[in-house]
Ligand binder design. Structure first.
Ligand SMILES: [Zn+2]
Length: 514
């Protein structure tokens, strides 16, 4: 059966979207899960953009063995050098170089003639091939490029040694028919087309990213670039889980295989949502909370009589509710550790102990511990950073009554090790907490968005709080899980402040779009 390579760019195109900034430990965690999911290629970052990105790509390249790891580079030597530095330890070093080819990008952004663009692309691919056995070249804004020019430049980069040619719909403008037709045209007209792999990369500005990707595949693209939950620039990228499940469920019309382990989809989706702080819309295909919920009486009746009346995908297919949980209040450390290992976590003894203590605390207060709770506890430990001094919330207390002015008192330990305590008021409990913490961290914090949701079902469920803030012109997202909503809120706010500190130190994020 024909093989379609899934190229995941959650950690590059996805991480690039507004307000998302993952630390290295979180990126490694997501990469390990993508490997379990069975993606062919993981785009781990853009090494030349910052030392932090380079370090993350390097760590992922050293950790992941069963997926190819790649990094993005502009068509300039210093970017390719940074990518090599990050990827030379990988099992199969792969680099992704890109250069814009549309008239509007060449004229206004690059300020280069088409001839100069060809020259630069060829030189970069040749240079990259000195180090990398696998070189993907992308025609940025490829869909809006002149076709004759595309044929010309692709022929030359193929001759220069490119092994994959990506023709992205960078701005999400294409329709399925047009995008598919473009791939057919290129496969028929590019000299040497049979020697390389063609790749599709779609954005969802018109809601057609998944359909466009599949149209490209039907017309000869053997690789699809996508992200978990469809996160990415603006309206996002094509959603990996939708493509994988569509190709599986409609195998009758798409006789291809992707190598994706569908049972890992739910967990991957939740991990990415939790760590990036981008919540999944409830009606999102495949992974939304309501994706398998039947509400109308007629539908419920039908499903009870025969599942397939209204259900084309079974929740078990994507690993939902798969493993029954046997851990409870009386479970010991050994059983807990055993469970963590089975779930794929590799924690140090110290972190495992911390997770176990949290588990015990939760088990005392919560009747039923679910798989989701456990993933939350273990992931929190797995990605916690201990080597940087940051703010730490010591305590928070809120006084609220319908006839009182809400007041919060909070204590934090500052990065310098001082203990600071302040009280402030607000129009509501949450605002009182935000006002107090803002004074404690002594910088102007603009709250852009704030959301709370429960991790699992029931009134005693853990709460996930996500706070999106703007500090000194930079947007960051903080998150925390706790059984108490106000405690989770306070910790999420502090988390956002800490992420801002980390990123101010290590990152000057370059805005790129491929
Ligand atoms: Zn993109």
């Amino acid at each position: 059966m024909r093989k379609i390579d899934i190229f995941d760019t959650t950690l590059r195109d996805g991480e690039q979207s507004a307000g998302i900034n993952l630390n290295t430990a979180e990126k490694v965690e997501i990469a390990k899960q993508l490997e379990r999911l069975g993606v062919t290629i993981i785009e781990a970052g853009f090494p030349a953009s910052s030392p932090g990105d380079l370090d993350a790509v390097q760590r992922i390249a050293g950790t992941v063995k069963n997926s190819i790891v790649t990094g993005l580079a502009r068509c300039v030597q210093s970017d390719i050098d940074a990518a090599w530095e990050a990827l030379k330890g990988a099992e199969q070093p792969h680099v992704h170089v890109f250069l814009a080819t549309s008239p509007i990008h060449m004229e206004y952004k690059l300020k280069k003639t088409p001839d100069q663009v060809v020259e630069q692309a060829v030189a970069a691919v040749k240079y990259a091939r000195k180090f990398f056995p696998l070189v993907e070249w992308s025609a940025e804004d490829g869909f809006r490029s002149d076709r004759e020019f595309l044929v010309r430049i692709i022929e030359q980069v193929v001759e220069a040694g490119a092994t994959t040619i990506n023709v992205p719909d960078t701005v999400g403008y294409a329709s399925p028919y047009e995008y598919g037709e473009l791939f057919r045209f290129l496969r028929e007209n590019v000299r040497g087309a049979d020697k390389v792999k063609f790749s599709a990369h779609c954005h969802d500005d018109l809601g057609m990213a998944v359909a466009n990707s599949i149209a490209a595949m039907e017309n000869g693209a053997d690789q699809i670039e996508c992200t978990i939950n469809g996160i990415g620039e603006r309206a996002g990228n094509a959603a990996l889980e939708e493509i994988a499940v569509a190709l599986h469920i409609r195998n009758d019309i798409y006789p291809v295989q992707t190598g994706i382990n569908l049972k890992e989809i739910k967990r991957t989706s939740q991990l990415v949502s939790r760590l990036t702080g981008s919540l999944i819309q409830p009606n999102k295909a495949v992974v939304g909370k309501n994706a398998f919920a039947h509400e109308s009486g007629i539908h419920q009746d039908g499903v009870l009589k025969h599942k397939e009346t209204y259900e084309i995908i079974s929740p078990a297919l994507i690993g939902e509710g798969e493993v029954p949980l046997v851990l409870g209040k009386h479970s010991g450390r050994a059983a807990f550790r055993d469970r963590a290992i089975k779930m794929g976590y590799e924690l140090s003894d110290e972190k495992l102990n911390k997770a176990f203590q949290e588990f015990k605390k939760l088990a005392d207060r919560k009747k039923e511990i679910t798989e989701d709770d456990l993933i939350t506890l273990l992931t929190e430990q797995q990605v916690s950073i201990e080597d940087i001094q940051l703010y730490e919330l010591k305590s928070v207390q809120v006084s609220y009554g319908t006839d009182n002015i809400p007041t919060a008192t909070a204590s934090v330990v500052t990065p310098d090790g001082d203990l600071r305590t302040i009280a402030a008021t607000g129009a509501g409990s949450v605002e009182a907490i935000f006002n107090t913490l803002e004074q404690l961290v002594q910088s102007k914090v603009n709250v852009l968005d704030f959301q709370v949701k429960s991790v699992s079902k029931g009134r005693d469920a853990l709460a996930d709080a996500v706070v999106n803030v703007r500090i000194n012109g930079a947007t960051t997202t903080g998150r925390d899980s706790s059984q108490d909503v106000l405690e989770a809120t306070a910790n999420a706010f502090i988390d956002a402040i800490n992420r801002n500190i980390i990123h101010e130190n290590i990152r000057q994020k370059q805005v790129t779009e491929v």
